[in-house]
Design a protein around this ligand. Structure first.
Ligand code: NAD
Length: 490
């Protein structure tokens, strides 16, 4: 990897502390940051380099997955961090920043490769990109890249405006849109699972698959993010980005020896093939929910509308479920059920693939038909990673009745790289495989737009569900003849 300057907007923010500094530290410990390291943190407050380095150290001590011990190596790492004051709206601050970046490039003998990481609100993205160009920060002899965080717009229109403002200064191949679900090791493993296992490769299609379920359930409520969440809701916070990205990753079919461009082109094909939602059909395909008071792990928890910072009359959704179809010969007639919510019974992100039962003509000695459980392939993405396959076997103790057994692999390795490590490393390498391309973002907004409109009109009902459950009953009815797998009885 060529070395570069890492310029971090929002260096005093929550994300920088919890994710970005620990990720850089763990990459450094893994020897993945080649050459000298230069990180320039930016914020509005005046801070000395020493105070900033102290803040970085605090964040490592609190959030790094690896222990942080005093050593010359740690000191070296911290000395790579310097600080500059910058208000995003002040062009003169960017000119000063350019001087700082150039000074460090000279001191450390760095090539003019510049990574700009925007860990600030999206309302600043356009202005920052413009100022990077206008100040000369973007005129480099090496590469320049931009990493940006979600949310990428509030709807189709605002996402397009935001993207145009970025494109005025950066080319699409220079923009790395983080969707941290794509950085999770098991999501990055999906392709290998599908293509290195002939058994799975052969079965990955509508001939054998009955349905696909993708769930991301959280037990936490709105936490301290009331201001943001009450405007975003589960649709914008989780569904439009993470859930649809998981759908693309699950359903795409890659050619052998695929390149990052193949991945993007196949993901684009999937999201483009998802059958559009007709406005008049939104209620048949989508369920919105909001948590009411309930019991979670033996504790009473308040309703969403009783949370600090949330209006008692809020109609925001904390849960969303949808039924989708992919209009592609490979996935014809296979329903994809997707749901995500807060204050649910368990914290889990998983994909469950239910296989068809085309050969069910097994009978017992009395010639009555034996009940078969469907084969299930369960891919646990988090918090515990694992894969399991449920098969039917004969139980010799119970007159040869069939019973399901599960073959399970749990990764059981708590020291896996975090999503942000994988993603920052890839961005530094210039590998965009696990980032969201604009086409994917735009097509995802396009798909959810009728839901946004139906919600705004008040035609899509909001179903309450008690905290500590798996969501509203309407989401069970959404599945018709199917049901959500692995929901433990409430
Ligand atoms: P934060 O409010 O904790 O930090 C924001 C940072 O922006 C601070 O460093 C602040 O000084 C800086 N800032 C604000 N106004 C500025 C200005 N005018 N000029 C210069 N700097 C300014 O926010 P955060 O939680 O760190 O989130 C940063 C970004 O990451 C946001 O886009 C957020 O949506 C996204 N994000 C955050 C999380 C998370 O877990 N915190 C998760 C996903 C995405």
């Amino acid at each position: 990897m060529e070395s570069s300057s890492f310029v971090l907007f929002g260096a005093t923010g929550d994300l920088a502390k919890r994710k970005i500094y620990p990720a850089l530290y763990n990459l450094f410990k893994d020897g993945k940051l080649s050459g000298p390291l230069s990180v320039i943190g930016l914020g509005r407050r005046e801070l000395s380099n020493e105070t900033f380095q102290h803040q970085v150290l605090d964040s490592l001590r609190t959030f790094s997955r690896r222990p942080v011990e005093d050593s010359a190596e740690l000191q070296n790492f911290l000395l790579a961090f310097e600080y500059s004051v910058l208000d995003v709206g002040r062009p003169e601050d960017y000119v000063k920043l350019l001087g700082h970046v150039q000074r460090r490039e000279e001191e450390l003998g760095l090539p003019q490769n510049r990574m700009f990481y925007l860990s600030v609100g999206p309302e600043f993205f356009g202005e920052i990109a413009r100022n990077i160009n206008a100040s000369g920060l973007g005129d480099t002899k090496g590469w320049k890249r931009l990493i940006i965080e979600k949310p990428f717009g509030r709807d189709l229109q605002s996402a397009r405006v935001l993207n145009d403002s970025l494109n005025a200064a950066f080319k699409e191949e220079e923009i790395f849109r983080i969707d941290h679900f794509l950085g999770k090791p098991m999501v990055q493993n999906l392709e290998v699972l599908k293509y290195s296992n002939p058994v799975l490769r052969a079965l990955w299609q509508n001939r054998y698959i009955e349905s696909v379920q993708i769930t991301a359930s959280e037990t936490v409520g709105v936490e301290e993010r009331a201001g943001y969440y009450d405007k975003a809701g589960a649709l914008r916070d989780m569904f439009q980005n993470h859930m649809l990205q998981l759908l693309m990753m699950m359903a795409m079919q890659l050619p052998k020896g695929s390149t990052p461009e193949d991945v993007r082109s196949k993901k684009r094909h999937v999201i483009r093939s998802v059958r559009p939602l007709l406005r008049e059909e939104v209620t048949q395909h989508v369920v919105r929910g909001q948590y009411a008071a309930g019991e979670l792990r033996g504790q009473q928890v308040p309703a969403y509308t009783a949370e600090p910072g949330i209006e008692a009359s809020s109609q925001n959704e904390t849960y969303i479920a949808a039924k989708l179809w992919i209009d592609d010969p490979l996935w014809k007639d296979v329903p994809f059920y997707i749901r995500t919510g807060k204050r649910m019974k368990e914290k889990s992100t998983r994909i469950v693939i239910e296989f068809k039962e085309p050969f069910n003509d097994l009978h017992n000695k009395n010639r009555s038909k034996l009940a078969l459980d469907p084969n299930l392939l369960v891919i646990d993405i988090g918090p515990n990673e694992g894969i399991s396959l449920t098969l039917n076997t004969k139980n010799p103790r119970q007159h040869g009745q069939l019973e399901p057994v599960s073959i399970k692999h749990e990764s059981g390795n708590p020291d896996l790289p975090e999503a942000y490590e994988n993603l920052i490393y890839d961005a530094l390498l210039g590998d965009a495989t696990f980032f969201a391309h604009w086409d994917e973002v735009e097509l995802s907004w396009q798909w959810v737009q009728p839901i946004i409109e139906a919600t705004a009109e008040g035609t899509l009902p909001l179903h309450l569900y008690p905290a500590g459950t798996f969501g509203p009953r309407a989401a069970d009815e959404l599945l018709g003849e199917h049901h959500w797998w692995l929901d433990e009885p409430e």
